[in-house]
Every structure is written in structure tokens, then in C-alpha cells.
Ligand binder design. Structure first.
Ligand code: 5AD
Ligand code: SF4
Length: 496
């Protein structure tokens, strides 16, 4: 074959490598992109050098995530020389944020596709291979037109579903909204994901029914500020609480979660729906970000610690057993030692189930980047990060200890991480009996991780576990079986 015809013929091995960094929204986007490309005959591969189509689904929330992608792109440079037919695409948040800059920094990239243009990918991959021309599809900037015009340039992308890319065959993400309008000063999301737009309840319901038919037991509703969900359909305003009632009726779905919540939009209607609907998890991820009012003001979070405390009071009153988790940013501009100590105090006061702790990372294009100096040295950010993590772990372990000796119901997700590592290291010859007991992992209704030995066939079922030990992140237990015993009138729980 001449070089000429190799260029003109879109012949290739139909192998797709996709690497995803960032949040659950990105994991879902990758699932959907893979689903669309499978329709064009693509198969997934784990070897990026063997694939003829390589996609990086990117995150811009912190600089570190972007560095990782640029170094991966660096590794691809030589592979592209050997495989000129290869198509390399950068998709997602960094694509929307950096746009042409990506071509300048990594000239071997063929396509750049923003979060609101993912539906274009199959066509663009084909064209990139046939024409060998660079292509870019991005949405409008937040100030490039009216709110409606900018919103329309960000399409919610929710086509066919791709089971193989899910966290497990029994769990699936369902996007209920895109974008964000909160404009916290440190955050790039409002520009990388565009204006807040809620999807129609009828679309969400029919997608959930399809997932239930495919065997999904747990759905995780996704939105940047998921409890701000609002959509008017047939003259009725639907809030997240209304949506939960609708989805609760879907047969086959056993558990419903939603992430991430915004403190100011936590209405009692939502908390009451969580209380009254058996399938809804008693778990809320509602980041406070800082325990200091001056820092919260600089972050433009829109609430004070006292207002967050009032929200926590309502959660504790309506849902006494609900687990709450948080995010914190340490080393945000203006965070003094005193402010940091206030963040430590709110961890002690609110006893979060867990906290995701991040060192402040200045992001070009955000208000904080323009207005404040990143004045806190990395050494101090690191120290605060470690101290906060140690405190959170101490609290998580203390609270997990309360479960020892109790019975919890878990939805079994599959092999534990330890088990997966074990089977990765094991050769086929010595592999264990596929139906023998292995270490499984599941989650309680309050999102606590539980590990226990059991048959892999339990995956996807609700199982009772007796807890005998814990770490800050995990409860350890054994399956509880119930058996009739002569001479008793009831069932006795027998801990195995
Ligand atoms: N630097 C550090 N952490 C950040 N987050 C968002 N933007 C930044 C930033 N510039 C954190 C917040 C948010 C989580 C997803 O990421 O805590 O809740
Ligand atoms: Fe970013 Fe704030 Fe929106 Fe969360 S609420 S995505 S932190 S702007």
C-alpha cells in the first residue's frame, strides 16, 4: 500500500484506548463515548500504543490533573511516529478550557472536543483519520453570548449506554443536570461545563428504566450541584425530591444515591423524601470547603458556617442515621492558621463520614486566579492537608467502631480491592475455584464500605453482614445467615 492510499483509506484496527481522570461526570462521559464508538465497530484495549484511536478524557479542577495528561501526551508523541494512522483526541474539561493551546503544546493531537460537544466524537474520529486534519469542537465561553445562547452550545450528552464501562454491572450513573451557576471563585467548572441545565424528568425516568432492564440495581444521580435540580415539565416544577419519588417506583432499582449537593439548596422536601423512600441512600455529600467565614466569603460559597450548621441540624433531625461527607480546600488565599484551625473544628463538630481534602490550586480563568495571590507555600498546604486527613481518619475510625457487633445490610458490589490485586498477580494455572469464596465488597445504605468473604454470585444482591472490626475507611464483617433452630419459635441470627 502506498503512503498516499494509506492516508486516504480509513483502514485501522478499530482498537480504542480511553483514559479518564477527574470526577464521576467524566466517568459517565467516557462510558457514553465508548458506547457510541462501539457502534462504529470499536473494541477497547488497555494498551495505548496498540490502539489506533486514543482518547484522554480530562479534568481541569486542579493543575496536577492537567500535568498528568500532558505527560501522557508526551509519551504518545513517539507512538504516533510509528503509527501515523493513529488518531489522538483530548476531550472533556481541559479541551473546553485550553482549546487551541493543546495543539500548540502537543502538535501530534488530532482533535480537541469540549464537554458540551461529545456527540461529535464518532464523526470527528472518522474525519481525522480520513483527512489528517486537526479538528476542534468546543462550546461558547460564559461571556460569549446570552445565557440561552451559551447554554445551547453545551449539549447534555446522554445517548446509548455502555455496560462494560460502568463502576460495576449493577451500578450506573445517571446525569440529571449539567453545568454550574454558582461561580465559586476558585473553580473552573462553570466555564468548562457551562451554564446549569436540568434534564427533563421523563428522559431521566426512561433512561433509568432501560438501566433497570439491563440489570442495574443502583443508580447514582449526577449533578455539579445535584440538589439544585429544577425542571418544569407539563406545567409541573420537578425538584430533586420529586425525581426521587418518580425513580423510586422503577422496578429492579434497589438503591438511589445522588452527588454532589450544595449546602444552600438543601431543602426539607429532599430530606423528607430521603426519610420516606426506602431505596434512597442515607448519604449526603455536601462540601463545606472551609470552616472559616472569611475564607468562605473569599470563595464566594454563599453561606456562613452558621448556615451550614443550621443545615446539618435539619439533616440530623430528619435523618438521624444519615452519613454526611465533605470536601475541603486547604491553603486557599486568605487561609490563616486560625482559619485552618476553624476548619479542623468543623470536622470535630460535624463528624463527617469522610472528607476529600485538596490543596488549593490556582486555575487560570477563575476569579480567585485574577483577584488573589496564591500566597500560601506548598509546604504549608501539605502540612495542613496531612493534619486534616489525620483528624478526619481519627473521627471516621471512632464512628466506624460504633458498628462493631452490629448487623448492616449491604449492596454487594463485587470483589474487594485486595481480591482484585490478588487475582491480578495470580497466574491462570493457580487461579482459584471461580465459585469458591473470595473477599467481597459492598456498601451500607449510609455508603460505608464493608468487606467480607462470600460467593462471587452474591454480587448485586442485598446481604446482611455482622461487623467485627473496622479501619477509618472500611468495616470488616461476616455474612449473617439465618436458620431455624429446634426449640425456638423464631429465626436466630447465626454469625458465621
Ligand atoms: N483547587 C483545589 N481544589 C479545588 N476544588 C475545586 N476547585 C479547586 C481548586 N482550584 C475542589 C473542591 C470541590 C472538589 C471537586 O474539588 O473541594 O468540591
Ligand atoms: Fe465549582 Fe462551586 Fe460549582 Fe461546585 S458549586 S462545581 S465548587 S463552582
Amino acid at each position: 500500500m502506498t503512503t498516499e492510499s494509506a492516508i486516504n483509506t480509513p483502514e485501522h484496527n478499530h482498537k480504542l484506548y480511553i483514559e479518564t481522570v477527574g470526577c464521576q461526570m467524566n466517568v459517565l462521559d467516557s462510558e457514553l463515548v465508548v458506547g457510541a464508538l462501539r457502534q462504529d465497530g470499536y473494541e477497547l484495549t488497555n494498551d495505548m500504543f496498540d490502539a489506533d484511536t486514543v482518547l484522554f478524557n480530562t479534568c481541569s479542577v486542579r493543575e496536577h490533573a492537567e500535568h498528568k495528561i500532558y505527560s501522557q501526551l508526551g509519551r504518545m508523541k513517539f507512538s504516533k511516529r510509528k503509527r501515523p494512522n493513529q488518531v489522538i483526541g483530548v476531550i472533556g474539561c481541559m479541551a473546553q478550557k485550553d482549546q487551541k493551546l493543546i495543539f500548540r503544546r502537543a502538535p501530534h493531537v488530532d482533535m480537541v472536543v469540549g464537554t458540551g460537544q461529545l456527540a461529535e466524537i464518532p464523526r470527528m474520529v472518522q474525519e481525522a483519520r480520513a483527512n489528517r486534519e486537526r479538528a476542534m469542537a468546543v462550546s461558547l465561553g460564559r461571556k460569549a453570548g446570552s445565557r440561552d445562547t451559551v447554554s445551547r452550545s453545551f449539549e447534555s450528552y446522554d445517548p446509548l449506554r455502555e455496560p462494560e464501562m460502568r463502576p460495576s454491572p449493577f451500578q450506573a450513573y445517571v446525569r440529571i443536570m449539567i453545568g454550574c451557576d454558582k461561580f465559586c471563585t476558585y473553580c473552573v467548572v462553570p466555564s468548562t461545563r457551562g451554564p446549569e441545565q436540568s434534564r427533563a424528568p421523563s428522559h431521566i425516568l426512561s433512561e433509568t428504566k432501560v438501566l433497570a432492564d439491563q440489570g442495574v440495581k443502583e443508580i447514582i444521580l449526577l449533578g455539579q450541584t445535584v440538589n439544585s435540580y429544577k425542571h418544569t415539565e407539563e406545567d409541573k416544577l420537578h425538584r430533586l425530591s420529586d425525581l426521587l419519588y418518580m425513580l423510586h417506583d422503577v422496578e429492579g432499582i434497589e438503591r438511589i444515591k445522588f452527588v454532589t449537593s450544595y449546602p444552600k439548596d438543601m431543602g426539607n422536601d429532599l430530606l423528607e423524601a430521603m426519610r420516606d423512600l426506602r431505596k434512597v441512600a442515607h448519604y449526603i455529600h455536601v462540601p463545606i470547603q472551609s470552616g472559616c467565614d472569611d475564607v468562605l466569603k473569599k470563595m464566594k460559597r454563599g453561606y456562613t458556617v452558621e448556615q451550614y450548621r443550621e443545615m446539618m441540624g435539619r439533616i440530623r433531625e430528619i435523618l438521624p442515621d444519615c452519613a454526611v461527607s465533605s470536601d475541603f480546600i486547604v491553603g486557599h488565599p486568605g487561609e490563616t492558621e486560625e482559619s485552618f484551625e476553624k476548619s479542623m473544628d468543623v470536622i470535630r463538630e460535624f463528624r463527617f463520614k469522610n472528607s476529600f481534602i485538596f490543596k488549593y490550586s490556582p486555575r487560570p480563568g477563575t476569579k480567585a486566579y485574577d483577584l488573589y495571590e496564591d500566597e500560601i507555600p506548598d509546604k504549608i498546604k501539605k502540612r495542613r492537608n496531612n493534619e486534616m486527613l489525620a483528624l478526619q481518619n481519627e473521627i471516621s475510625e471512632e464512628d466506624n467502631t460504633n458498628f462493631i457487633g452490629k448487623e448492616v445490610e449491604v449492596l454487594v458490589e463485587g470483589p474487594s480491592k485486595n481480591e482484585e490485586k490478588k487475582s491480578d498477580n495470580q497466574s491462570t494455572a493457580e487461579s482459584a475455584d471461580p465459585n469458591g469464596p473470595i473477599q467481597l465488597m459492598g456498601r451500607t445504605r449510609c455508603d460505608r464500605i464493608v468487606v467480607f468473604d462470600g460467593n462471587p454470585r452474591l454480587t448485586g444482591s442485598l446481604t446482611n453482614i455482622g461487623v467485627y472490626d473496622c479501619t477509618p475507611t472500611t468495616l470488616m464483617g461476616t455474612i449473617v445467615t439465618r436458620a431455624y433452630q429446634h426449640g425456638t419459635d423464631g429465626m436466630l441470627p447465626i454469625l458465621q
